[in-house]
Design a protein around this ligand. Sequence first.
Ligand code: ARG
Length: 563
Amino acid sequence: MDDLKVKISTIVKELFGVEVPVEFAAVPAEIEGDYSCNVAMRLAKVAGKAPREIAADIIAKLPDDYKYSIAGPGFINITISGKAFANQLRQVWTEDYGYNESGADKVAVSEFPSTNMAKPYSVGHLRPGTQGWAAKRILEANGWKVITDNHLGDTGTPFGIWATGFKRSGRAIDDVTIYDLGDIYIQMKADMKAEEARGEHALADSAQDWLLKLEAGDDEAVDLSRRFNKISLDHVHSVMKRMNMVTDYELGESFFVERGKALVKKYLSEGIFEQNDDGSVICRLDEFGIDVPMLMLKSNGAALYATTDLGCLDYRLHEWKADRLIYAVGAEQKFYFEQLFAVAKKLGWDAEMQHIWFGTIDQVTSDGKREKMSSRKGVVLLEAMLDDAEKRVRENFANSDSELSGEDVRRIATGAIKYSDFVADRKTGILYDPNKIFALTGQSGPFCQYACVRMRRILEKNADFAAGNSGFGDYDFETEKTVLRRILEFPALVASVADKLEAHRIAGYCFELAQEMNRYYENAPISTAVDEVRSARLWTVAMAATVLERGLDLLGIEIPERM
Ligand code: ARG
């Protein structure tokens, strides 16, 4: 279509002596034409003529490879034959169709899911994972090199609290799970708060002692810390594995403590940061329209969350040479990241920084109210959610002929959960409605997955035929037209979502393509078709299958072998 755009530009220049941007918009199915161009309306003033007349002048000079009509106030609608779409797709099709190299030589860091070591993985860290992973895949599809990093919440205090609580529980370390550690931690936090209210500090002292012992290299403390970390990390890894996600690095907060402190010292001495009377250090951000300074160091000289993030930013920008930083973190930390990015600007650190935040995950209560997802015990654990999802998938498929493998159950369950994250713009809250999420109809992950499985099956069934037949003869591709048109939109879509990381637009596209395919089969029998018709149809299915799989892959959604 680029050729035609150039032609229209040239004609406009010739006729009216001006240059105007020529753009095509897709035309809705009920209206005649495939693309429409509004250039005639833009020229009305210059030409001093009615847009419909201008449109007619332009059309008179256009080559007759396509059909043209004038619509509404003066749109030029262009109708392309199915065959022209097929030819176009054959021309642009490559091994890596849909991907581009616009980000070549550029490095991005995508940070997710950044769970906290002291607590089990909960649904609170579900969206960071799915969104952060999609950001990675989308940028890779646009040629970027992407480094992924799980910024684990692992700074000091949890260990002291765990160790105290664990000793007090009298339990043996070998049968303690992350859930026990999580309970111990929560109980200890509550007890410490109560103790503080009473003006006592025995537990707090003990936690502090353990930290000191760890720092001094005490055998028991070192051993316990290793064990706790292993329990916690094994847990994070096993949940991530179920979600089919890994990160290249796991540089937790503690990794950046010293680096952050050194930077605070440096910028304090350079007068960019300021010290309060109590010894704490701040960075003023008034010049960025933020009137709350960022607290960079505690009054006792201890590192804060922001201290470690400063060290981490520096590391990503200067060790990894990142051009772009992506933080997939909940909306509660919006202001925090606004401050952090402003601090980076103030320091002259140059890179694109994006906090991709999102809405909450809601559920509908038994009396029909919408509220933030929770369970009787408080937060919903991600493992529990995945177990429940797999159970629902098994139930949904209980009566079908194909026995699902365990892997396929996992793929469908996680596909459903992940897709629900992309149904709308990420800023919108998700409504976790199992009846919709796991359904094989409507806009769901399983619906899209099923479309892929069905296409694969068609291709397998016809494998012998497709392999032995390459020509399309004079086939007109009119039945395939809408499918082909949609497939042709994919590369531009992938390119257009890279800036704002709009994974939901990919999800919408996948759904529409899957729907398009369902409509297509109704009008286009494949296995009973002959020769070039069959060949053309199988080719169309193969193209659609590749594109749909690629689209879902950008969302981290896997395709089951059977469904
Ligand atoms: N662990 C943090 C939390 O769960 C998220 C970390 C976000 N990343 C960062 N670089 N601060 O709230």
